[in-house]
Design a binder for this molecule. Structure first.
Ligand code: WQD
Length: 333
């Protein structure tokens, strides 16, 4: 089986490529390094001992996509490529609509031309907005609160319309909760440039003394200790979910969405204390005002993915904290 992975040198994409290669799947990666580093290509090869084809191209480049599909017999696509910073999307919505929507439409048109109609799409729990009850099920109403989330919601609608126009399409929409952690080898992980927006990368930079103090955005939420609760999932568990989704779309047609989460919610303070305990480090923090747009709590009902994909997250919060810190220590600048 040959799989094209768009955004395959990114955080989740690279971990997924490792799992694909380790399962003897032939991989072609297309990435323009907007949010990743070239060295990830070599690190994937080092971890797996396997080679794969890489194209430094933009998924918006239709002619480049056409050439790839003409040159290779591609059985399925996993589509990660896209901008994903919530704050940036609020400041520059057109950049997000242009890139995330246009690239996806180009990809779908070229896939259709090539009679390749099996797709795994990287969506996000952000499409659920602020859920009225918990845990979140796939049939909950969808609503978005920022342009990034809206691009994910719009693409999910586009995929459903495409399948309605041609029932030969087989599409798995994967709604990620909060991916964190790193490959146990310490060769792959999340290392955003500049000041991180997300909790774990920020904790990692405090642990590594690149940043001084973590701001805890509010402790007056309606949660166990007042701080925000989220469903954190190890990136390797998430990557394995993509292989199960590939198996599913190989056997079926139609479109379906699956929550990829652990089903367990942890608060910010629980995350801090677990990280400190597991790694023997101190994370300095202070309580500050809420971050606009944040919700109290969000965690998955992951039973549908278990039933339909035969997938269930296995790694603990301790594993996530340990692997995240190991990555930082291994890659100290
Ligand atoms: C987690 C918790 C914050 C930073 C985002 C995107 C979502 C998805 C995952 C792509 C919250 C608190 C955070 C900090 C803090 N990305 N926090 N101090 O907001 O749940 O989801 O990433 O799909 O689309 O919205 O993740 O890590 O930013 O925040 O207190 O410096 O940590 O308030 O409770 P979030 P996060």
């Amino acid at each position: 089986m040959t799989v094209l992975v768009t955004g395959g040198t990114g955080y989740i994409g690279s971990h997924t490529v490792v799992e694909l290669l380790e399962n003897k799947i032939k991989v072609i990666v297309i990435d323009n390094f907007t949010n990743s580093k070239r060295e990830v290509v070599d690190r994937i090869k080092k971890i797996t001992g396997k080679d794969f084809i890489f194209y430094e191209k933009d998924v918006c480049d239709k002619e480049a996509l056409r050439k790839i599909f003409q040159k290779h017999s591609i059985d399925a696509v996993i589509h990660f490529a896209g901008y994903k910073a919530v704050g940036e999307s609020v400041k520059d919505p057109l950049k997000y609509y242009q890139n995330n929507l246009f690239s996806t439409i180009q990809l779908l048109q070229v896939m259709d031309e090539a009679d390749c109609r099996k797709l795994v799409f990287s969506s996000s729990a952000t499409v659920y907005g602020n859920p009225k009850t918990l845990p979140i099920k796939e049939d909950f109403p969808l609503s978005t609160t920022n342009p990034y989330g809206t691009t994910k919601w719009m693409i999910e609608q586009i995929l459903r319309d495409v399948e309605r126009s041609n029932s030969n399409w087989s599409i798995a929409i994967l709604r990620y909760f909060n991916p964190i952690g790193a490959h146990p080898s310490g060769l792959l992980g999340e290392d955003p440039n500049g000041i991180p927006n997300n909790l774990m990368p920020y904790i990692m930079k405090v642990a590594n003394h690149e940043l001084g103090t973590l701001n805890v955005f509010g402790n007056d939420y309606n949660t166990k200790d007042g701080t925000g609760v989220r469903d954190y999932i190890h990136v390797v568990d998430l990557a394995k979910g993509h292989l199960k989704a590939l198996d599913k779309i190989a056997k079926t047609t139609g479109v379906d969405a699956y929550n990829l989460g652990t089903g367990i919610g942890y608060s910010v303070l629980e995350m801090i204390h677990t990280f400190e305990k597991v790694n023997g480090v101190k994370i300095n923090y202070r309580i500050t005002d809420r971050r606009p747009g944040d919700i109290d709590a969000c965690y998955a009902d992951a039973s549908y993915a278990e039933k339909e994909l035969g997938w269930k997250a296995e790694k603990s919060l301790e594993d996530m904290c340990r692997d995240a810190y190991h990555y930082i220590v291994q890659n100290k600048k």
